[in-house]
Design a protein around this ligand. Sequence first.
Ligand SMILES: NC(=O)c1ccc[n+]([C@@H]2O[C@H](COP(=O)([O-])OP(=O)(O)OC[C@H]3O[C@@H](n4cnc5c(N)ncnc54)[C@H](O)[C@@H]3O)[C@@H](O)[C@H]2O)c1
Length: 365
Amino acid sequence: MSKPQVLFIGEPNRDLPEFHEFSAQFECIHYKITSKETLLEDLQGKLSKVVAIYGSWLGFHPVGGLTEDIVQALPDSLKLVTSCSVGLDGWGSEQLAKRGIKLYNCPSLGAEQVADLVLYHTLQSFRYFKVFEDNFRESGHTVKTRSLLQSASLDKQTGKVVLNSTDSSDYAFGHRLGDSLPILTPFGKNAVVVGFGSIGSRIAKRLHAIGMNISYVKRTRLSSEQEAQLLFPVKYYASLKEAAPVADLVVLSLPGTSETENLYNKEIIDLVPHRSRVINVGRGTIVNEDDLLAGLRSGKLSFAGLDVYAKEPAVSRELIERQDVILTPHIGSSTVENFNDTSIFCLRNIQDVILYGKEGLSRVN
Ligand SMILES: NC(=O)c1ccc[n+]([C@@H]2O[C@H](COP(=O)([O-])OP(=O)(O)OC[C@H]3O[C@@H](n4cnc5c(N)ncnc54)[C@H](O)[C@@H]3O)[C@@H](O)[C@H]2O)c1
């Protein structure tokens, strides 16, 4: 008897024992999406018997996501689509539901990793280690580097450090970047974590560990038992607008939805303290990048740490060139452990639904 066919539009780790078991049970079709036309043709032709799609991380993004026309072309045999990602943008959840096809994402298996990245951005946001390192690599001299940066200035308009080459020989402690930017410790400063789910709560734990006071914004407050279980003190705010006046640092760890679009905008930037900082690991649409850049140019904001972007995968040139902005290419959860864990989660869901008649975990439609 022939094995049920599963379409892989992204690669799992084929060395995993779980994949070996899976490939003994299923006919695995490894497929590269080249164009929408070819995909639509193949779905009606050589892929017309697949029972499940392993969507991996990228899914159908190369052809603009699981759009209505692709969903309509999916074979009647198809029972489920799995995504390794938490985010649901581009996965055609509602259209799939209309055709009776189940969509599964992965729960936040990489939440710890995303929180690690926020810790990195937070340390950068107060200490500017990267600016020091970049200049140190140029000069190869510890005191000279600190002296150069202490006598430099940060051009707020461009976000670039402008070195003053005539004054670099005096001893400098390294506690200032030019006249305008003091290097501060995060210890004792206020972090406002917006979106207090799997990732947000782990971010809070790390930022508490470096001495920050933690406030959180969530639609509904945690119960007093849930707050006690965190094992560190937290303050609740019902909205970012209410929390903004205390926010030395705002961390955004929310999904990208119509409700969260432009949540961090000029109105919020006007409310935060002078030299406030922002880190976004949620989705790019949450930050109004024009307002963010205006905030940096005016000096109201002293730092932005971004892992996600409004027009991802593209990033604005001005963000790239500014030294008061640290950019990472959407790698918050990108570790081998998370890659493998999410693969195994998706493979199990396919086995459970197709072979064992179970419901599967983390169904989203
Ligand atoms: N940068 C990365 O690599 C990376 C990796 C994984 C997830 N993410 C993003 O992080 C987001 C959060 O992930 P998670 O695992 O913590 O999800 P989660 O569902 O556990 O938590 C999301 C939290 O946001 C809250 N929320 C949603 N809308 C809100 C609003 N309008 N106001 C206040 N709170 C709101 C929810 O109530 C929930 O507490 C994901 O949706 C995804 O977009 C990014």
